[in-house]
Design a protein around this ligand. Structure first.
Ligand code: ANZ
Ligand code: ZN
Length: 823
């Protein structure tokens, strides 16, 4: 064994052995239980950052552990390769997005390999590969044929800088999530996926995803945002009726006006005979062109339509307004306004001098419209509510709802915050939408035999006005597949979240000439453990769940949910801030690997914090991990002469004293590491248990002539190497082969701990001084004389009796009596 620990030599050696032997290649094997471990695949931005390394180190520990546990482990890696940065690079540096992306992938793949992650690289996927996006187009057509992909005009979030439409989820505080530019609204015809068809199921299954963090489930539930309420039909004075949605039917007697969205189909009808027809139209157009998304409106504004509704509960005339805060896509696009009990309505009423009427009294204090400075939105007792007065508001909700249904004025209803998923992007570097527009036939999907619609290479990317594809004549102009007339191709590409909504299924059969190979997918899916950042709690994870349900309904997969367990890892922090280029506090993984080797980097990232928690980068910490691995090396090297040709301990021999003590600690460590990995992913505590074990072994003084002791030590070292190997695989492989291991450590079985030795009781030892009983101590059975003596000499009583005397000799009857003889 080499004198010094040399991570670089060792790591390169084992990485090439693993690769040559295809150690991590996986095939379906019905005789073995499968285990699909997946980390969110990266965007090929150029370089791996520490967050990636942490994410993949966590996944790799589990994958390696599960393999040793005997599972058939699928652990793939790929690239979320379409997206804006490639196009921005094209605009800024004139490099083709394909070239930029492929070069980044090549570089980052080298980095990942240098970290020794146990991927089956044969299964690598790039979403920008024709063989991948061809099937995405195929799926799009299936969705189109079933009405799950459709087109509609809608007001969309538009980023002037990126010249592209953004999904609501990509707007952060009114700004573009990528570049931070203020988002404006535009009316465009866009492609949508009908995720709202699955709102109820997506919500329902949130209760069944027991392997997901509650925090993610809460975010998904809120995102779907199901509200229970009533739809009520209000007669319009001059004819017809207006349907509203409310979650507060208990407040119907407090309605003092109504509001409808500017896009509401009844608007023109309502204002027809109005004297201020023109003003209303102007207002509506102004609101529709507004620069902020409707949800973000602060200043409530509206205008009277001139029309009135009748409140069927009390016969009152209620004026109808058009208001900027009412959203057409939510509920019915019209509301009953109760300013006393809804803050938005309150602000609106104050602004336009509309009456406010209290119909819910909180109880402890009496609300007075004269003195109210905000709406009271809580529960209470209904007042001024005709026959319903005196009823608690929660009860009132039920009673009014029943009454509404009985009278035929409306019905119980639900409303969702979730919107259909807008997937159109006016961008080049994405999956082309396989639709052809024909003047005679309308929208015609590209026939399967003509797939894929290949993204043309020779485009001019200017970064302005629409998609580069729309300038590409050869791409745009086609013959209609239906009638043969001149037709035009769709030039929008798909949101890259589409690409990442099914890649985990494709990993099961990346080479399949078809959408999915159902047999292989059936074997591997669902993913047993999915690991990634919390930033994907709603977008990616909701879309992936939606796609899986769609695929199920198409008969393409047989599962309801894609991910059984979800682990969301925390951020990597340095100097109190998230490690990021913009903060200038990035530690480059390459530098760290160069300095310490991959094992140290991995070990530090796993040791410094449990996976879900944020991790504070510390130069001292990584240094400490490096010292620890050096220590492991030294300890093994020093014991090597004793254990090299010794078989590991077999439990037929009865152990005593320090041999027993060592073995007990080995099995205690094994148990702890096993449980920490398995039940809670608490790698940090697992690693510290291993560190303690190494300490113990290094202080353990073996007796060269004791064959049993040597075999216990051999077992200790073997166990140490095995349980350390998921965290720091290279050094362990090297030691393993030094120990005489013939095969790679990854084929080794994860050992079972010996419950018997752990169950051993503590023993009571009688302490005598010169033959007289002076003290009693409880210690672990099997304690050595030296260890026991150390404890005993510290004890108050013993020190008292020994004062002024020298210990001459000790007589130890193991686990029973210690007699100290003085002179
Ligand atoms: C009358 C009322 C009285 C309301 C009251 C609230 C309090 P959630 O809980 O988020 O689902 N609303 C309904 N449709 C709307 C739309 N298209 N645009 C803007 N607001 C709309 O919110 C449901 C409440 O939001 C509904 O209940 C309605 O106002 C408003 F004391 O109706 B409520
Ligand atoms: Zn045609």
């Amino acid at each position: 064994m080499e004198e010094r620990y040399n991570p670089h030599v060792i790591e390169e050696k084992w990485q090439s052995i693993w690769e040559e032997r295809g150690c991590f290649n996986t095939e379906e094997d019905p005789s073995k239980q499968k285990m699909y471990i997946l980390e969110m695949f990266p965007y090929p931005s150029g370089r791996i950052h520490m967050g990636h390394v942490r994410n993949y180190s966590i996944g790799d520990v589990i994958a390696r552990y599960m393999r040793m546990k005997g599972y058939n482990v699928l652990h793939p890696m790929g690239w979320d390769a379409f997206g804006l940065p490639a196009e921005n690079a094209a605009i800024e540096h004139g490099v083709h997005p394909a070239k930029w992306t492929l070069e980044n992938i090549e570089y980052m793949k080298k980095q990942l390999k240098r970290l020794g992650f146990s991927y089956d690289w044969r299964r690598e996927i790039s979403t920008c590969d024709i063989s991948y996006y061809k099937w995405e187009q195929w799926l799009f057509i299936k969705m189109f044929e079933r009405g799950l992909a459709y087109k509609k005009f809608s007001s969309v979030n538009w980023c002037e800088r990126c010249q592209t439409v953004l999904a609501n989820e990509q707007v952060e505080g009114g700004c573009c999530w990528r570049c931070g530019t203020q988002v404006v609204q535009r009316e465009l015809e866009q492609w949508f996926f009908k995720i709202t068809d699955y709102a109820d199921e997506l919500l329902e299954y949130c209760d069944k995803l027991q392997g997901w963090p509650e925090r993610v489930l809460v975010m998904q539930r809120n995102w779907i945002g199901k509200s229970e309420g009533v739809e009520i039909e209000f007669p319009i004075e001059k004819g017809g009726s207006l349907r509203i949605f409310t979650t507060r039917p208990d407040t119907v007697f407090g309605i003092t006006f109504m509001c409808i969205a500017p896009e509401h189909p009844l608007v023109l009808d309502l204002i027809k005979d109005s004297s201020n027809y023109k003003e209303v139209l102007e207002f509506i157009n102004r609101v529709r062109r507004m620069s902020v998304s409707r949800e973000a409106i602060l200043e409530k504004e509206g205008i009277f339509t001139g029309a009135y509704c009748i409140n069927p509960f009390n016969g009152e005339r209620i004026p109808v307004f058009v208001a900027n805060f009412v959203i057409m896509e939510y509920g019915t696009g019209a509301i009953m306004s109760v300013p006393a009990h809804d803050q938005r309505d309150f602000e609106f009423a104050k602004k336009y001098n509309l009456p406010i009427r209290v119909v819910i009294q909180p109880g402890e204090s009496i609300l007075d419209t004269e003195t109210m400075d905000k709406a009271y939105e809580g529960e209470g007792i209904m007042v001024n509510s005709g026959p319903f007065s005196g009823i608690p508001s929660e009860e009132g909700k039920k009673r009014i709802t029943e009454y509404v249904e009985k009278m035929g004025w409306g019905k119980r209803a639900y409303s969702y915050k979730l919107r259909d998923w807008g997937i159109s992007r006016q961008r080049y570097w994405g999956c082309p939408i396989p639709i052809i527009y024909c003047e005679r036939c309308g929208m015609v999907p590209v026939p399967e035999k003509d797939l894929p619609v290949v993204l043309p290479f020779d485009v001019e990317i200017r970064g302005e006005k629409g998609s580069p594809l729309s300038y590409h004549k050869k791409f745009v102009n086609v013959k209609c597949p239906n009638c043969g007339l001149e037709a035009k191709r769709e030039t929008d590409t798909m949101d890259t979240f589409v690409d990442s909504s099914w890649y985990f299924e494709r990993f099961c059969c990346p080479d399949h000439d078809g959408f999915l190979d159902s047999k292989r997918v059936k074997y591997w899916m669902p993913v047993d453990l999915y690991i990634g950042g919390i930033e994907h709690a709603v977008l990616h994870l909701l879309y992936a769940r939606f796609f899986t349900k769609v695929l199920r309904d198409f008969g393409l997969v047989e599962i309801n949910e894609p991910f059984i367990n979800l682990l969301t890892q925390g951020m990597v922090i340095k100097d109190g801030a998230k490690m990021s280029k913009s903060k200038g506090n990035v530690v480059d993984p390459d530098d760290m690997i160069r300095k310490y080797g991959a094992d140290t980097v991995r070990l530090f990232l796993l040791f410094a914090a449990p996976p879900e928690k944020d991790l504070d980068w510390s130069d001292k910490g990584i240094e400490g991990c490096y010292r620890f691995l050096n220590r492991v090396w030294r300890v093994v090297r020093d014991t090597m002469p004793l254990i090299k040709d010794t078989p590991p301990y077999k439990d037929k021999i009865k152990l005593e004293g320090s041999n027993r003590q060592l073995r007990k600690i080995v099995h205690k460590s094994l148990k702890k590491v096993t449980e920490d990995i398995e039940s809670r992913y608490h790698f940090n505590t697992a690693i510290s248990a291993i560190m303690e074990l190494v300490n113990y072994i290094s202080q353990w003084k073996p007796d060269v002539n004791d064959a049993v002791g040597r075999s216990v030590l051999r077992e200790a070292i073997e166990t140490l190497v095995i349980i350390l190997s998921p965290f720091a695989p290279h050094i362990c492989e090297e030691i393993w082969s030094e120990l005489g291991g013939k095969r790679s450590l990854i084929y080794e079985k994860w050992p079972e701990y010996d419950p018997e030795i752990l169950e051993e009781e503590d023993v009571l030892i009688v302490v005598q001084i010169n033959g007289r009983v002076r003290d009693r101590v409880i210690v672990a059975s099997g304690i050595t004389r030296d260890e026991l003596l150390k404890i005993v000499l510290e004890r108050e009583k013993v020190r008292m009796y020994l004062r002024g005397k020298n210990v001459k000799n000790t007589i130890y009857i193991p686990d029973k009596i210690l007699n100290i003889v003085t002179d």
